[in-house]
Write a protein that binds this ligand. Structure first.
Ligand code: SAM
Ligand code: SF4
Length: 328
């Protein structure tokens, strides 16, 4: 539990800083200076940290990146996490490229749920946002996921001013038709260009207003929302819902139950933390009490977690790492 009484339940594990897309709010077109292979945690090192975290109260492991599907050992990692006792819930956030082939083996290995990111229904806009012509792969990946036990299938969309900010109602109709649980995410200042402005951002309020033109939305009570960042709305009389994650304008920091592990073994207690705690050196130290030291670092990171991300407050500084290198 942190100093503000928030229990940590959710560990987000980045499996790689690399990606096969270049979403302009996350990664520069030319890519980044990728972490060298020996800087990345090995599968055994990741599992060791996850096991210690689960032993101390973490109940949900979300695999992310960069693009987690490009880690060759992903299925093996999922299978090993699924063997832990108590078994944590295992989820994955992906851009969906390659999911057509991987959905079934992932589900069989023990993956419980999946979030697929898709910002537009227009392949040309997809190319403009991601710099890759892969829209169709994402659609095929989603369809493959639907044919497995993975449920619900969540779709994350970021709306960008002047690019896809007119698509909220169409994305919702498409998601309803295909039985995907759609969530809109406010764009956060985690872009590599450090060009984000609050004025340019498409806000939660704006998204809600836009959706309400064509759909009746009823806010779902907070008790049900729990520590989920999405504010959920029933569509019409339900049961389908849509989520809006107002990370900037409607922050959920007061309920935050998350910790993060980067692909190079750093613990972050917030997406916007500027301080990192190193686990890689401990993992490679050869000491006799590595697990104890890992636990100490995790508890220490939790203990110093701030009350909120502070976006918009005087002195706020965007972290050096862009989103892809933190793990979204
Ligand atoms: C960093 S990605 C990693 C996983 C995977 N590559 C994907 O795209 O789903 C995780 C999520 O973060 C979101 N994201 C990335 N940069 C963001 C930003 N600056 N603001 C808000 N969301 C962002 C993406 O849209 C995606 O849904
Ligand atoms: S949002 Fe995901 S898919 Fe897009 S560049 Fe970042 S890591 Fe890659």
């Amino acid at each position: 539990m942190d100093g503000f009484g928030r229990r940590k339940r959710d560990l987000r594990v980045s499996l790689t800083d690399r990606c096969n897309l270049r979403c302009n709010y996350c990664m520069p077109v030319e890519g980044l200076a990728w972490l060298p292979n020996d800087a990345l945690l090995t599968d055994d090192e990741i599992l060791r940290v996850v096991k210690v975290a689960v032993d101390h109260g973490i109940t949900r492991i979300r695999l992310t990146g960069g693009e987690p599907l490009i880690r060759p050992s992903l299925i093996e990692i999922v299978r090993s996490i699924a063997k832990l006792k108590p078994r944590p819930e295992i989820t994955l956030t992906t851009n969906g490229i390659g999911l057509a082939a991987l959905a079934e083996p992932l589900a069989k290995a023990g993956l419980d749920r999946i979030n697929v990111s898709l910002d537009t229904l227009n392949p040309e806009r997809f190319l403009a946002i991601t710099h890759r012509n892969r829209w169709n792969d994402v659609i095929l990946g989603l369809a493959a996921a639907k044919a497995t036990t993975l449920s619900p299938i969540k779709v994350n969309s970021v709306l960008l001013r002047g690019i896809n900010d007119d698509e909220a109602p169409a994305l919702l109709d498409w998601a309803l038709k295909n039985d995907y649980a759609l969530r809109f995410i406010e764009q956060m200042p985690l872009d590599p260009q450090h060009g984000w402005t609050r004025e340019e951002m498409v806000s939660a309020e704006e998204i809600q207003r836009e959706l309400e033109i064509s759909h009746k939305l009823t806010a779902v009570g907070r008790r049900i929302r729990g520590s989920s960042p999405a504010e959920e709305f029933l569509i019409g009389d339900g049961p389908a819902t849509v989520g809006i994650i107002g990370s900037v304008t409607r922050p959920f920091c007061a309920d935050c139950d998350r910790l993060r592990l980067t692909a190079d073994g750093q613990v972050l207690n917030c997406l916007f933390a500027r301080e990192e705690d190193d686990l890689r050196a401990i993992l490679r130290s050869g000491s006799a009490d590595i697990d104890v030291q890992i636990a100490q670092v995790l508890f220490g990171s939790v203990a110093k977690k701030k009350a909120g991300h502070g976006i918009g407050e005087p002195g706020f500084q965007q972290p050096e790492r862009p989103m892809s290198a933190i793990g979204g």
